[in-house]
Design a protein around this ligand. Structure first.
Ligand SMILES: *Cc1c(COP(=O)(O)O)cnc(C)c1O
Length: 355
């Protein structure tokens, strides 16, 4: 039986997506050829790319609104740099809510001035700073919607007149937002969409072309847009699997349906963490908790061994916390069934029973 997979990334994908993907590796579209051994310029693959780009915009409600969707390579980590290459003329504002924001800031500083409008580094990123101001003279504002490592999530986004850029790697397609408030969204596929190897970038075209520097072709969003995300050989398999996941999501009822399920899963786990005296959540303010990654620890360290044994017996995978936080982290991405969360909740109860 398949394990209950709480891995933070790469992470769980829908079982039917994995099945279809594995079939396409052997025989794609009945062509008697593998998906990964045909030209990316063949009609069959071009259709995959077009469908993936279209579905991404559709799920975000951004069709016909001046946005383009791209499937690039280099991970979200390359976007830290690409965003700055394409948008940073003099000065940009960044909100620092964790390791990923920190890394984004480091890359942007290679190309211009970065103002950190606020940071929760002082408390090991266990909260989301609020009440900061973004001055009107910056080229853009950058934030991270969900902090995969620390288990915090932005539930409100600032009103600003400057372009809003967001790393949504670990909560893209998990909840309804007014995505038209954002000018550039990027997300590595391997948290909520597909295998590692491709990164979704959704960009409002009008914000491009404003910087004076020369941009290397591979780092230039405009080049990728002009070539329909096929400037060079795309990551054909990750794009295909991402497309299948986006189809799966559509058939399920779309982002609004998955949001309800995600809320249900998060409520189930957090209510047990709050009730059970043997566990404590890592995040300081409940309103900052992530519905994707729940971070928690034991209140009695000596229970680690028995708890880990219970987890193993229950078939739970990927629950170890990131080394910078410790404890446990339950990643409850779109494809994780409610039943898996119930199994996890039962293990917390089981520890209480035997302790
Ligand atoms: C995982 C993650 C990244 C890094 O993604 P790569 O694809 O490994 O470069 C960046 N930002 C967030 C929020 C993440 O969760």
């Amino acid at each position: 039986m398949k394990k209950h997979n709480f891995s933070a990334g790469p992470c769980i994908l829908p079982q039917e997506v994995l099945k279809k993907a594995s079939e396409a590796v052997i025989n794609f579209n009945g062509l008697d050829l593998s998906l990964i051994e045909i030209s990316h310029r063949s009609k069959d693959f071009v259709d995959v790319m077009e469908q993936a780009r279209e579905l991404a915009l559709e799920h975000l409600g951004l069709q016909n609104k001046g946005y383009k969707a791209l499937f690039l390579q280099g991970g979200a980590s390359l976007e830290f740099l690409m965003v700055a290459f394409n948008l940073l003329e003099k000065k940009a504002a960044y909100l620092n809510t964790g390791t990923w924001s920190d890394k984004a800031i480091k890359e942007a500083r290679l190309l211009g001035e970065v103002v950190e409008v606020a940071s929760s580094k002082d408390a090991n990123f266990n909260y989301i700073p609020k009440g900061y101001t973004i001055s009107n003279d910056v080229d853009y504002f950058h934030c991270t919607s969900n902090n995969t490592i620390f288990g915090t999530q932005m539930h409100e986004f600032p009103e600003t007149t400057v372009p809003l850029v967001c790393d949504m790697s670990s909560d893209i397609f998990s909840r309804v937002l007014d995505f038209s408030k954002f000018d550039l969204i990027y997300a590595g596929a391997q948290k909520n969409m597909g295998p590692a190897g491709t990164t979704l970038v959704v960009v409002k075209e009008e914000i491009l072309g404003q910087v004076s520097r020369k941009i290397p072709s591979m780092l230039d969003y405009s080049v990728h847009i002009s070539k329909d995300s096929m400037f060079n050989t795309p990551a054909v398999f990750p794009v295909y699997v991402s497309m299948l996941t986006l189809v799966w999501l559509k058939e399920l009822g779309g982002v609004s349906t998955i949001e309800k399920i995600n809320k249900q899963k998060a409520a189930l786990l957090y209510s047990e963490i709050d009730r059970n005296p043997l566990f404590q959540g890592f995040v300081a303010n409940k309103e900052d908790r992530s519905k994707m990654n729940a971070t928690f620890n034991l209140t009695r360290a000596e229970l680690k061994e028995p708890f880990d044994t219970i987890l193993k017996t229950a078939g739970i995978n990927g629950l170890n916390g990131h080394r910078s936080v410790g404890g446990y982290r339950a990643s409850m991405y779109n494809a994780l069934p409610v039943e898996s969360v119930q199994v996890l909740v039962d293990t917390l109860k089981e520890l209480e029973r035997i302790a």
